[in-house]
Write a protein that binds this ligand. Structure first.
Ligand code: ADP
Ligand code: MG
Length: 428
């Protein structure tokens, strides 16, 4: 059988593991990214230079490659939220994939929620806000906590919890800055346990082997921002609630018109009822799909998404968890500054139950702020005999990393040892 060719849109650091998985399946892997130094290019067979967000540019380079270099058999994205780019390439080259309409709905929180509300998919109350005076009006009409966010960004950028006491002008500006189209929405803040799901939809039926309790222990520390500190699997929710969530994901995917495809859900259980915060038409970032789901369940999630992208038959049986190994994922957060040292990594890799340590920063890197996930410079995944042991092992590993951050103005005013921030358990 001739070797098949898969186009993966995105060569970023979080795509590398998935690109390697595709290569290990014997595929010819071509990666597109605008950064000529993208780490994924080193693993790929071929590289195409195109911005992952630039739909036309990616379609143009993919079409040229398809017609002149090698026939492409499938397209998907990894480590990037670019369903519109993937859907457009699939359409242009006649490959399997979700429709451009579904991709457009998934990429726009306002359009998505309007569709959810038409189809009766439970989601937080929402409203677009055009400007500050609009926001002030909404705040007068709605008591309590709201969430303001860009209509079309990702990675929690610009997403903030606000109430009547917030600096509304600042909050609006922060959210708007993150929207490529300058659009902002507000939603009702729904308290309760948050869940990440990852599913493959086959002929309209959703299979959800990815099911993780999200860890928001730092909600107050990073307020008004939502910065997640990993997660725990299997979920602590009772089986009936988990089933309700899986059914909700299936309904939300149908609302977006996704009959065959993979979806990643942000779900909140508020007063015992599940609501969809959003449903993304892509694989998860943060190593959930590539590492945590296989470790937790034995399901080769990415392998099955690759099959789907290539138009091969996915056996639903292969999406059913074979086990529920306890897993905890945690991040190392650092305060703003310049990273002067990252040490003790080999020791941490050898600690009990540590399955993975990813360092996403280098010495010399400057960490600007804790408004988004750039303050997370390392990630560990641990297993244990139960959730508590896995979580304790992950935390011990995080605490054992020797990371020194110097104040950001260290070049102007050389830091003395006591000016350095040495991270320790108490600094967490
Ligand atoms: N209405 C809401 N109620 C409770 N939490 C929310 C709400 N909206 C967003 N969040 C929290 O903020 C995170 C980021 O918001 P989200 O809409 O998913 O944006 P992004 O595309 O940046 O991931 C969510 O995963 C969730 O934890
Ligand atoms: Mg989200």
């Amino acid at each position: 059988m001739p070797q098949k060719t898969l186009l993966i849109v995105c060569g970023g650091i979080e795509a590398v593991h998935g690109i390697a998985l595709a290569k290990a399946r014997g595929l010819h892997v071509v990666v597109s990214d605008m950064n000529p130094e993208a780490p994924g290019f080193k693993v790929a067979d071929d590289a195409l230079i195109a911005s992952t967000y630039d739909v036309e540019e990616t379609v143009a380079v993919a079409t040229h490659y398809h017609n002149n270099v090698r026939r492409i058999d499938g397209v998907m994205c990894l480590g990037a939220d670019v369903p519109r780019t993937v859907a457009a390439v699939a359409k242009s080259l006649g490959l399997p994939g979700i429709s451009e309409r579904s991709a457009a709905l998934a990429a726009d929180k306002l359009a998505m929620k309007q569709q959810f509300s038409k189809d009766g998919v439970p989601a937080p109350w929402f409203q677009p806000v055009a400007d500050l005076s609009d926001l002030k009006k909404v705040m007068c009409q709605h008591a309590g906590q709201l969430v303001i966010k860009p209509a079309d960004s990702r990675g929690s950028r610009g997403v903030q919890r606000i109430d009547a006491s917030s600096d509304l002008a600042k909050a609006f500006a922060r959210a708007q800055k993150e929207s490529p189209t300058d659009r902002v929405i507000v939603e009702e803040y729904l308290s309760g346990p948050q869940i990440s799901t990852e599913s493959i939809v086959l002929d309209g039926k959703a299979y959800t082997p990815g099911f993780s309790d999200r860890n928001y222990e730092y909600l107050d520390r990073f307020a008004p921002f939502f910065i997640e500190n990993g997660g725990d699997l299997p979920s602590h929710l009772p089986a009936n609630q988990q089933e309700e969530i899986c059914a909700l994901v299936e309904k939300a995917a149908a609302s977006l018109g996704i009959v065959n495809g993979n979806v990643k859900g942000d779900i909140v259980v508020h007063n015992g009822e599940p609501y969809v915060i959003e449903l993304a038409a892509r694989l998860s970032g943060g190593y959930f799909c590539t590492l945590e789901i296989p470790l937790n369940t034995g399901v080769d999630f990415v392998g099955n998404v690759i099959k789907l992208a290539l138009g091969e038959t996915v056996n639903p049986h292969d999406l059913v968890p074979k086990r529920q190994t306890p897993i905890a994922q945690r991040y190392k957060f650092v305060p703003p500054g310049r990273i002067a040292k990252i040490g003790n990594t080999d020791f941490v890799r050898g600690m009990d139950g540590i399955e993975e340590l990813m360092i996403s920063a280098q010495t010399g890197d400057v960490v600007q702020n804790t408004e988004n996930t750039t303050a997370r410079v390392a990630m560990v995944i641990a297993t244990g005999s139960d959730r508590a042991e896995a979580a304790a092992r992950a935390q011990a590993a995080i605490d054992s990393l020797d990371i020194i951050v110097e104040p950001i103005d260290a070049t102007a005013r050389p830091a003395t040892p006591n000016q350095k921030t040495v991270l320790s358990v108490s600094a967490q």
